[in-house]
Design a protein around this ligand. Structure first.
Ligand code: GTR
Length: 411
């Protein structure tokens, strides 16, 4: 398999021209499977939304288990004076399952020290270990699989990686603006390579034997999203956090993950997709940049087996990704693109947000854009969108917009 990190930003042989986007018809989020039209918000909530969730489960991400019985939270570290006195730090291990295959998922949490009463926050998921999100020397280093362990080839994280991804995580600003910041390392939940679902979260739940898997069983994106829900389960027990005001955020494959987490767990109050692209915010039918076939080939473990039916047959899929954005409604949702990230189809990400607006309108909410806004000019209605200059990444510009959006909706 190709090393996902080594795949260049714009592989050759794919379409990057708007004029070459094929003609397509998007499925109407407001037309039910029986052909009837959604009349109002109640109809969406009771009838259409469950249908759409089921289609995403069965055709795209796979069905996940619910909240597990065998789960235990252990606070393994606590510091009242972290980040130069600005924050409290807590590190929690979420123990999942029993026996040999039991998992220990590490949650790192910073809480603003000055806060009076429970604070809103961001729950995020990261690529290389919690210790890479900040230089703080007390952050625990993962013992689970990591990609190339900080430049080495042994798949073990080392202290050399401390803070190496700090530019992606505006922890200082987040805490200074009165929000909690939580992050989970995705490899603690499910290692990101295809091993036939023998490792990570999947063997802890039926069918424990991967040979008995059905084409609708969950794969890795659903596993990471499910892990975010377990992080939220912990936050519900945390007196200093208001678990009813938690935004879920991720980048790239983890942006696909945060969208599915927000869609499948309505406790998340706000949903943020950063450069999530194909299988995330971007419309698959446009076949711009990464395609369904390509993603299913490079990353066969991300989506359920049924999704492979749509390789080169995007039009046959009963959903497209605007319906995923719509599953956040009526909660605020933010889709962010980068101009240089054409592999992720920035305009397709915008059009997907736009395609979700009819569902928001049922609740009296609007987006505020009808075509992709110019670069670095965010639009923030109940749906937020921006395309910034630069490449596939998370920047302080992105976080500035997420914080403004959260100020508007979670305060
Ligand atoms: C790419 C993949 C994208 C995106 C990205 C990432 O190689 O094609 O869908 O998920 O990886 O997660 O960094």
């Amino acid at each position: 398999m190709l090393d996902p990190m080594l795949i260049e930003a714009q592989p050759k042989g794919y379409n990057y021209e708007e004029a070459k986007v094929p003609k397509y018809n998007l499925p109407d989020p407001l037309v039910c499977l029986d052909g009837s039209k959604v009349k109002d918000a109640d109809d969406w909530v009771k009838k259409r939304r469950p249908e759409v969730v089921r289609m995403f489960e069965d055709e795209v991400y796979g069905r996940s288990p619910g909240k597990p019985k065998a789960m235990r939270f252990e606070i393994v570290e606590k510091e009242a004076d972290a980040l130069g006195g600005k924050a409290m730090r807590k590190q929690i291990v979420i123990h999942l399952g029993k026996g040999e295959k039991a998992l220990a998922v590490n949650l790192l949490l910073y809480l603003p020290k000055k806060a009076k009463g429970p604070v809103p926050g961001f729950l995020t998921v990261n690529f290389l270990g919690n210790h890479t999100t900040n230089k703080d020397p007390a952050i625990r280093i993962p013992t689970s699989w990591v990609r190339n362990g900080n430049g080495t080839k042994n798949n073990k994280a080392t202290a050399a990686g401390r803070g190496e991804r700090a530019s992606r995580w505006a922890i200082d600003s987040i805490v200074s603006r009165g929000y909690a910041f939580g992050t989970i390392y995705y490899g603690d939940i499910d290692p990101d390579f295809h091993d036939g679902y023998e490792n990570g979260i999947h063997p802890l739940f039926p069918p424990k034997n991967p040979k008995k898997r059905k084409p609708t069983d969950w794969a890795s994106i659903a596993g990471w999203a499910w892990g975010l829900s377990r992080g939220l389960d912990y936050l519900e027990t945390e007196a200093d956090v208001d678990a009813k005001r938690i935004a879920v955020m991720g980048h790239s494959r983890l942006g696909k993950t945060s969208l599915w987490a927000g869609a499948s767990d309505e406790r998340f109050a706000l949903v943020i997709s950063n450069n999530s692209g194909c299988g995330g915010a971007a419309l698959s039918r446009r076949q711009f940049g990464e395609t369904v076939k390509r993603i299913n080939t490079s990353f066969p473990h991300w989506f359920c087996d049924n999704y492979k039916k749509y390789n080169d047959k995007e039009d046959e899929c009963p959903v497209d990704q605007h319906m995923l954005i719509a599953l956040s409604a009526p909660r605020p949702v933010y889709v962010a693109s980068a101009e240089g990230d054409r592999w992720a189809d920035p305009n397709g990400e915008f059009l997907s947000a736009l395609g979700a607006e009819p569902v928001y309108q049922l609740f009296g909410h609007t987006f505020g854009a009808s075509k992709q806004p110019p670069v670095n000019k965010p639009v923030q209605g109940r749906i937020g969108y921006h395309v910034r200059t630069g490449k596939h990444d998370v920047t302080s510009f992105d976080w500035e917009q997420y914080l403004n959006f959260a100020d508007k909706h979670l305060r």
